[in-house]
Design a protein around this ligand. Sequence first.
Ligand SMILES: Nc1nc2c(ncn2[C@@H]2O[C@H](COP(=O)(O)OP(=O)(O)OP(=O)(O)O)[C@@H](O)[C@H]2O)c(=O)[nH]1
Ligand SMILES: [Mg+2]
Length: 257
Amino acid sequence: MRTLVVTPTYNERDNIEALVEAVLATSDQLDYLIVDDNSPDGTGELADEIARRNPRFHVIHRAGKLGLGSAYREAFTRALAQGYDAVVSMDGDWSHDPQYLPDLIRAAETSDLVIGSRYLHGISVVNWALSRLIMSAVANEYARLVTGMPFRDCTSGFQCLTRRALESAGLAAIRTSGYSFLIELKYRVVSAGLRGVEVPIVFTQRRAGVSKISKAEILRSMVTPWKMRLGLWERGTTDASASLAGGVDTGRSAKGS
Ligand SMILES: Nc1nc2c(ncn2[C@@H]2O[C@H](COP(=O)(O)OP(=O)(O)OP(=O)(O)O)[C@@H](O)[C@H]2O)c(=O)[nH]1
Ligand SMILES: [Mg+2]
């Protein structure tokens, strides 16, 4: 399966070089694309340098900080146009360890959505402050209850989606722009009746640099699940709640874990 791994970056200079090497080393069937929003720390320039010596690594440069959601939309649209069979979304700070890429991509041979899950067997998060852990766990449970998605980890940003999943979700129709983009994407894939599974990952605190998540983003993430559930964006075109209530086949993790 020809796969494009995608990482949006904003000030990840100290993480990126080793990350590119580690990602590409996992398989020769994948390419790696970074979407850099003109990072002030020079991530984009360093990425260009790495790309010059590695034909499987590519960079999209954007003029300024346009957000995670639009970065993924642009990259996934390009992946479809270039004929990739699957894409992976992955943070650029080592929280999403490339060692799990083979597990995610293998599972995508039989499921259109594969979530790298932090909450599949208890909680597998390393080095987060307790307050951050509680916030993440509560946000995840909240999103799960409100949207009805049958996953332990609805808010994970580490996931593999097949071409069919992207086409069914309709990238252009996704309304959320920030971190919620990937949650809405999952929701749309499940609503389209496609199969989703979770595979366990251990998530670790970022290696270098600082978090970019804002208070406004956290507030928005409280509202977005309700918009999805109530179909406020697209009433009538996708009856998501009906599809979810109808028992989508979501594989081993969907129920009871
Ligand atoms: N291109 C682009 N990338 C972004 C933007 N905001 C965040 N990112 C990247 O998105 C990924 C996730 O952002 P993080 O800051 O790690 O967010 P987080 O994982 O919620 O926060 P931490 O756990 O503290 O790291 C990282 O690779 C960031 O560099 C943006 O506006 N544009
Ligand atoms: Mg992070």
